[in-house]
Structure formats: C-alpha cells, structure tokens
Unconditional design. Structure first.
Length: 201
C-alpha cells in the first residue's frame, strides 16, 4: 500500500498524492478504447470477408453454343496477278529413224527423140516405139502392160534444150499397151519433135 507523501502528512499545501494515479488511469483508458476499436474493426472486416465468401457460389455449367450466323457477302474478286516468266526451252528430241523409201510416181515412162527412138525409159517396149511415117509428128509408144485405163503426161523435151512446141496424147486405137503421141512446132504445125512421156496407172 502506498505511503502518504511527507507534504500530506505534514499538512503543507501542494499537489495531492493522487494526481499521478489519475494520469495513469487516463492513459490506460485511452489504450483500452483503442484496443476495443481495433477488435471491432477486425470483427467487421472478418464479417465482410465471411459474407463475401458466403455470397460467392460455385461456377455453373457452360451454356449451349449459339446458332451459326449467316455467311457474309462474297468479297469482290482480287486483281489479276502478273504473268510469270517464260520457262526455258526444252532440249531437242532425238531424230527419228528414216522412213522407208517411197514408191516411184510411175514405173512407166519414156524419153523419145524426133526419129521415134527411145533414148531412155522404164516399162517401155523399145522395139515397138516408132514414128508413124509419113505423118509428121505422129508416134506410137508401147509399154509392157496395158495402159488403156491410165493417165498420160507428156511435154516437148527429149535430149538437150527442146524447141518450143506442143504435144497431144491419146490411147493407141489398135493396142491397149500403146499411147499415140502427136507433136507440133511453135506455130502449131505438126512436126517431128523429141518428147517426154509418163504413164500413171
């Protein structure tokens, strides 16, 4: 128990002994109020947290997918691209094999001079080719086969440079193997001339 101060006991005037105790009690009271306020704040904060936790429920299932939207309008065509560079030329192919020799255009032909003698020919009967004397420019040319259904082609010619002239051809009237030839000079007068004759069957 506290001892009374000497001033109080001697009866002198001054501060009473209780003044320091009053200060301490005030400080304690203020500390208590602060403590109470802190506890209240903690309680309120905890309650808010608890309420927030209570108010947040579990995540619900995902909703169904929405319907597909209609396609958008077709865009305008793009610009044409630039032409590409020309490719390199390919290598040349191999030469093909040579074909077979073709047939001669005709195997029946003759070169005859103005006297009716055969100079050269093929398929022609030399001994029966002649000038039909005494008719100027008339010749009979006979071959080794029938030529009555064939085509004839002739020209003034023979050996050397032929003079200008004309020629006409016809089947030989008395032989299917023969061709009648009539030659003319440049004026159209019958005359003995060299000629070339080809027969195509």
């Amino acid at each position: 128990m506290a001892t009374e101060p000497a001033e109080r006991a001697s009866g002198t005037t001054g501060r009473t002994w209780t003044e320091p105790n009053r200060r301490n009690r005030g400080a304690v009271a203020m500390a208590s109020v602060a403590l109470i306020l802190g506890v209240v704040a903690l309680i309120i904060g905890g309650s808010g947290l608890a309420i927030a936790l209570l108010n947040s429920g579990h995540t619900g299932p995902a909703g169904a997918a929405g319907a597909t939207g209609t396609p958008g309008a077709r865009g305008a065509p793009g610009l044409n691209g630039t032409n590409g560079k020309a490719g390199a030329n390919g290598t040349n192919g191999k030469d093909g094999t040579n074909g077979l020799n073709g047939r001669n255009a005709t195997d029946l032909w003759a070169v005859v001079n103005s006297t009716g003698s055969v100079v050269v020919g093929k398929g022609v009967n030399v001994s029966t080719t002649y000038w039909i004397s005494p008719f100027p420019g008339a010749y009979a040319v006979l071959f080794d086969q029938s030529v009555s259904s064939c085509s004839y082609l002739g020209s003034i010619g023979g050996v050397g440079t032929p003079p200008p002239g004309f020629i006409s051809l016809a089947p030989r009237f008395n032989s299917t193997y023969g061709v009648f030839v009539q030659t003319y000079d440049a004026t159209g007068t019958a005359a003995n001339e060299s000629f070339d004759l080809g027969v195509f069957c």
